[in-house]
Design a protein around this ligand. Structure first.
Ligand code: GTP
Ligand code: SPV
Ligand code: MN
Length: 652
């Protein structure tokens, strides 16, 4: 008997691990297969290839959820084909014969977006998750006690997978083996989730090898679409339990538990739950940043290439900017990522970023050949669409795509006949999405899978601000930049359950995604600014593509013309004196924004106007927010920035 196994068995104190020790003695070392776990049949994959930590996680979860069988995913083409067949048979997806390997899923209408009110972070002390508020509940996240966490699981999970298959998805966030990457294991009873995770993350045997060889830590992700308490699924093709949906995170154990929803950020646990919420807590401990940011590469006319990261709230333009076709001649923009960035200073003091994802889960409405031709060139093969409308010629349709082809009937996302003139509701759900492999993007950056990450020269912050906020301004320094991030606000969109056109606070575009106390997050950002020399720190900017005139029309054409703003940003990174000082930050100097060849006339005075009254009100709103929502956790430096902004505004 090999010595290593002997030792392992002797060291095992937990019954679960001891059991594994015995199993690996009997099977693993001889490289045989393990065909069952806790008496449950394994229909795909070999448990002996998983390593003791993964084994015990699956064992505990099988005991809890009691699936009929377990399928360990290998990420193979055969596996994908099997999943597709199964989902077709269940009516979860339909083939879209107009395209290549494209599918349409329609969800239960009660399961169409992230549910922030049911998303919780669990710690012993509430203060580790949310700042103490002056009155009422925090808007910066939801805390749950360990006791309630356990109860929430005990109320929902026992036996929840009976009659179903438990899939085991071993996945890497970030290029497999990169020092910046991390591993997760998602256990789920949804084939849709397995298939989507296969697009959005790197799944398969290479990850298993890493886990086995390096005995790596992993984030535990347990997901079930659930069953309503009355046992009746309203829509059998999309099982879910909206009434009891809950999304739980326990940073202490690197654990995520999600129940009741099959949609997007609620169920593809590598995305918001891992890469942002758990990710931000790991990043705080390890001294890096996990952010809701796109990453793009931009090459200017002289051939000089730089990388920019940008934080905009959900449905505020990250995918569009990341894939932009620049209207300025001689510029090239390439995409590293469209939603999430993990960033760390390297040994030379340069901030470097990776995109932890492997695909795009992008907003469909508004995507067209005019607005985002690169997305259009990406999404019509190997894609799963969710909640878009279908056309009678086997294609898809959504608002902002242009006119549906002549003589083609449109069926809306709810399965009803739809007519542009007569139907007074949208054909596609406003939060409908495409899920496509990133490698298909024609402008994917050559370094998008670089193990070391790409060097970041500038960080943009922004949101939908119909009023008062200029197209672009630069932060005076890192601390001022952190203040700008802390004060970000944006018009509400359909990406969360909120609706209406309220201007909401969304600091760093992270409000729904903080894994820990926002005040501590700000301190962490400030401390990052001390990790390198001021010259090496990325410059920080605030942008707003969404300012409107009195008639409600956008003042700026946006999309491909946003490269004009990026051009100014790059010139500022080169320290070109193309700016003027203003109370809110550095604005483009007159004629310094390159408007060469711009198709429409733009009212620059209105676009860059800084109305004193508006800004005084804005500082009041920020002050109120900081006082009521962040309180004593607000770092002193941020307090001072607000005070100085007010003083500067008085001089306007
Ligand atoms: P999430 O995936 O939810 O995080 O969203 P996102 O930030 O990637 O947003 P996305 O790029 O998908 O854009 C959302 C909506 O904003 C789409 O309807 C776009 O058409 C619109 N949009 C994006 N960029 C611009 C712009 O420059 N100007 C205007 N007016 N609209 C834009
Ligand atoms: C977002 O809401 O910011 C998204 C979509 O990117 S989801 O994955 O559903 O969170
Ligand atoms: Mn997002």
């Amino acid at each position: 008997m090999p010595e290593a196994v002997e030792t392992q068995t002797m060291l095992c104190t937990s019954p679960v691990l001891r059991h594994f020790g015995n199993v690996s003695m009997r099977y693993g070392i001889q490289n045989k297969s393990i065909h069952s776990i806790k008496g449950t049949r394994i229909i795909n994959g070999n448990l002996a290839h998983l390593g003791p930590k993964v084994f015990s996680y699956i064992e505990e979860s099988v005991a809890l959820c009691q699936p009929d069988q377990v399928h360990i995913c290998d990420g193979s083409a055969t596996e994908s084909a099997t999943l597709l067949k199964l989902m077709q048979a269940n009516g979860t997806i339909k083939l879209l014969p107009k395209y290549e390997n494209c599918w349409l899923a329609n969800t239960n209408p009660s399961d169409v977006a992230r549910v922030e009110s049911r998303t919780f972070i669990c710690t012993e002390r509430q203060h580790d998750v949310v700042p103490r508020t002056l009155r009422g509940k925090s808007s910066l996240g939801n805390w749950i006690s360990p006791k309630d966490y356990n109860n929430a699981i005990a109320d929902r999970f026992p036996g929840c997978m009976t009659g179903r298959t438990m899939y085991v998805i071993p996945y890497s966030m970030g290029p497999i083996g990169s020092p910046l990457s991390k591993i997760g294991i998602e256990l789920t009873d949804s084939a849709y989730v397995v298939y989507s995770m296969g697009i959005m993350t790197r799944v398969g045997s290479k990850v298993l090898e890493l886990l086995m060889r390096e005995n790596m830590e992993f984030v535990k992700c347990l997901h079930s679409v659930g069953t309503p308490s009355n046992g009746i699924h309203e829509m059998p093709s999309w099982p879910c339990d909206p009434a009891r949906t809950i999304i739980l995170h326990k940073p202490e154990n690197n654990e995520i538990v999600s129940y009741g929803s099959g949609y997007g950020g609620n169920s593809l646990l590598g995305k918001k739950c891992f890469a942002l919420r758990i990710g931000s807590t790991i990043a705080q401990k390890e001294g890096w940043l996990a952010e809701h940011m796109l990453i793009l590469g931009i090459t200017d006319r002289s051939g000089h290439k730089r990388y920019i990261a940008a934080a905009f709230p959900s449905a505020c333009g990250k995918t569009n900017l990341a894939m932009m076709m620049p209207s300025l001649p001689g510029y090239k923009i390439e995409c590293v990522g469209d939603d999430i960035a993990w960033m760390k200073f390297d040994e030379t003091g340069q901030l470097r970023a990776i995109n932890p994802e492997n695909g795009f889960f992008g907003v469909a409405p508004g995507t067209s050949n005019e607005t985002n031709p690169n997305a259009m060139a990406t999404i019509f093969k190997n894609t799963i669409f969710t909640n878009v409308a279908a056309t009678s010629d086997g294609g898809v349709y959504w608002e902002g795509m242009g006119k549906p082809p002549k003589d083609v009937q449109v069926t809306d996302w709810l399965g009803q006949p739809w007519d542009k003139v007569e139907s007074n509701k949208p054909a596609a759900h406003p939060n409908s999405r495409f899920c496509s492999p990133a490698s298909q993007c024609p402008t994917i950056d050559p370094a998008w899978e670089s193990s070391a990450g790409v060097p970041i020269s500038a960080i943009l912050l922004g949101g939908r601000r119909p009023e008062g906020v200029p197209l672009v301004y630069q932060a005076n320094d890192w601390t001022h930049g952190v203040f700008l991030g802390a004060s970000m606000r944006s018009e509400a969109t359909a990406a969360a359950e909120h609706s209406g056109k309220m201007i909401m606070h969304d600091p760093f575009a992270m409000r729904p995604f903080f894994g820990y106390n926002f005040g501590h997050y700000l301190s962490h950002w400030l401390s990052m600014g001390r990790k390198t020399t001021p010259e090496k720190l990325p410059k920080i900017f605030h942008v707003n593509w969404f300012r409107k005139n009195k008639q409600g029309k956008f003042l700026w054409p946006g999309f491909g013309d946003n490269c004009r703003v990026l051009d100014w940003v790059l010139r500022r990174c080169d320290n070109e004196p193309c700016y003027i000082e203003s109370p809110i930050g550095l604005l483009p100097k007159k004629n310094s924004l390159n408007l060469e060849g711009l198709k429409e006339t733009v009212d620059l005075d209105e676009l860059f106007n800084i109305p004193k009254e508006f800004w005084l009100k804005e500082t009041e709103a920020i002050d109120k927010y900081f006082t009521e929502q962040v309180g004593e956790d607000l770092p002193e430096e941020i307090h001072f920035e607000l005070k100085h902004l007010r003083e500067r505004l008085q001089l306007l």
